[in-house]
Write a protein that binds this ligand. Sequence first.
Ligand SMILES: Cc1cc2nc3c(=O)[nH]c(=O)nc-3n(C[C@H](O)[C@H](O)[C@H](O)COP(=O)(O)O)c2cc1C
Length: 176
Amino acid sequence: MKILIVYGTTEGQTRKIATWTETRLRERGHQVEILNSAALDPDLKLDGFEAIIVAASIHQKHHQDAVVNFAFAHHDLLNAKPSAFISVSLSAALEDGRAEAQEYVDSFISVTGWQPRATLLLGGALRYTEYDYFQEQVVKFIVMKRNDPAISERDHDFTNWDALGDFVDRFLEMAA
Ligand SMILES: Cc1cc2nc3c(=O)[nH]c(=O)nc-3n(C[C@H](O)[C@H](O)[C@H](O)COP(=O)(O)O)c2cc1C
């Protein structure tokens, strides 16, 4: 299959997730094009792709605008093809955060009109050592609010790579 991956990232974890997904798809024998939503060609045509995976991360409860705009602009075509959405957030990694992570996705779907056939809520990463003052304050606020022992103020990768692998394989079966 010819598969398109479009991703949105702010600090880089979703790029890592998108390239990991690209490798997985290539290992399974598929042709893959991977595009950063921040640098999309406005004349991008989706017709040539048989399946599409979109990945975006959450900042202050919202996915990247570039991904929202992409999904809104192409929702008819996305709805007509096998498509999957991977939503990356801190909430998705926390036991009591899953409902909130799902709300981010529900809001994305209602704004864009794209109803992905498969959705994955995936934990992201915290990188205190790379945040500027503003980012650090926002993240500390989220972490403080949660009061969850799993999220101390240290760099941490919460992404469940096994769950991502299973999701990609199931999506391929469904799309075939
Ligand atoms: C400034 C900032 C705001 C964030 N806001 C939220 C949020 O509202 N909800 C949440 O679950 N995670 C939030 N996160 C966690 C990010 O979703 C997580 O760090 C993710 O890995 C970022 O992905 P990226 O590196 O691809 O941008 C926030 C992170 C930062 C740095």
